[in-house]
Write a protein that binds this ligand. Structure first.
Ligand SMILES: *Cc1c(COP(=O)(O)O)cnc(C)c1O
Length: 360
């Protein structure tokens, strides 16, 4: 066995920790730990899912033309520049696999999403962590960390788990300042939650070094289906399609996602409800003595006075059947990330946090 060894970097990968979903001995659990849409998928998506079952003996489309066309219409992008994957996680994997290898560097930020580091190590490249400024991506710090080995720079905008975002001018400044061989990847997993934000589409269209990833796991309520997509320059999409398996998505995934993206009324309702409840929850927590940065996503990063207090509140919430996310692994030990649920869940978590603060 001593001679059988994985590629360098693989054993440095810490296993991804998903949001907890069960509490032993507690019925009536409310799960606010994975940024899922509390209203689930649209009825049209569910109907498409059931309908697709009749064709399960058929191999799926390999070019995803139907889904790419729908994405093109709804998001105003050229379908020829769209690639679909098993969640946006797979698009991130393709980018690392295709553009980064041993000796190359991939930049992510201090509190950045953990998949960037995992996919970088899996590709044999070196992850470089760059500091943020008060839980906000710092463009100058990223530019200072770039060199001739930098191949990819990952930014989630809005970011997870901070919920903060940077503006269009900052994004453009970052894209313009990168070394020539580097690609800026804008992860738009939460872009639909931001009014009037294109997720970086205009920047992709205006530059040759910007790529955008999107997902069906958040506002579309399809985290369990596993579909995401990427949009970028034709040359990059062409490269990624070479490493993509021909049948990476089932017909069920393709048709369900297509119905979901076309149901724009439903998406709009989810966005409006999230905006309303997020503001309510942030204010309720602030009144209870738990501040948070202004969130642009479907969760709030609640800040406690110490790591101990955050942990104690997490335990308190669990005892009340409420699961939120500890984010110590994201270098935010005094914070808890709380997904904006439906109204009843928001009231329940706000009530419990207030009771916790009164108890300490
Ligand atoms: C949830 C999330 C994703 C989505 O991943 P999928 O593989 O599409 O489910 C991507 N990026 C960030 C920052 C996220 O929080």
């Amino acid at each position: 066995m001593a001679e059988i060894r994985p590629q360098p970097g693989i054993m440095d990968i810490a296993l991804y920790q998903g949001g907890q979903s069960h509490l032993d001995g507690v019925a009536d659990v409310v799960k606010l730990s994975s940024n899922e849409n509390p209203f689930g998928p649209s009825d049209k998506a569910k109907e498409a899912f059931v309908r697709s079952g009749h064709q399960l003996h058929r191999y799926p489309s390999t070019d995803h033309a139907g889904l790419r066309a729908a994405i093109g219409e709804v998001h105003g992008v050229n379908p020829d520049q769209v690639i679909c994957g098993v969640g946006s996680d797979e698009i991130i994997t393709f980018l690392c696999q295709a553009y980064a290898g041993p000796g190359d560097e991939v930049i992510h930020t201090e509190h950045g999403f953990s998949m960037y580091r995992i996919s970088t190590l899996a590709a044999g490249a070196t992850p470089i962590e760059v500091p943020e400024r008060e839980r906000v991506v710092d463009v100058d710090a990223i530019l200072a960390a770039c060199n001739f080995r930098t191949k990819l720079v990952f930014i989630a905008n809005p970011a997870n788990p901070t919920g903060t975002m940077i503006g269009g001018n900052e994004l453009a400044r970052l894209a313009d300042g990168l070394p020539k061989q580097a690609i800026l990847v804008l992860d738009g997993a939460y872009a639909e939650y931001v009014e009037e934000y294109d997720g970086g589409k205009a920047l992709v269209d205006a530059r040759e070094n910007v790529f955008m990833t999107r997902t069906f796991s958040k506002i579309y309520g399809l985290g369990g289906l596993r579909v995401g997509w990427g949009y970028g320059p034709k040359e990059i999409v062409d490269v990624l399609n070479r490493v993509r398996g021909p049948f990476n998505l089932s017909q069920t995934q393709l048709e369900t996602a297509e119905a979901a993206v076309r149901d724009m009324d439903y998406t709009e309702r989810c966005r409006t409800e999230n905006t309303r409840l997020r503001a309510w929850l942030a204010e309720a927590l602030a009144e209870a003595g738990v501040p948070s940065d202004t969130s642009t996503a479907n969760f709030i990063l609640a800040r406690f006075t110490s790591p101990d207090e955050a942990e104690a509140c997490d335990e308190w919430l669990k005892s009340k059947g409420i699961i939120v996310r500890r984010v110590a692994g994201y270098k935010l030990p005094n914070c808890l990330r709380i997904t904006v649920g439906d109204e009843a869940s928001c009231r329940r978590v706000a009530h419990a946090v207030r009771a916790f603060k009164e108890s300490v």
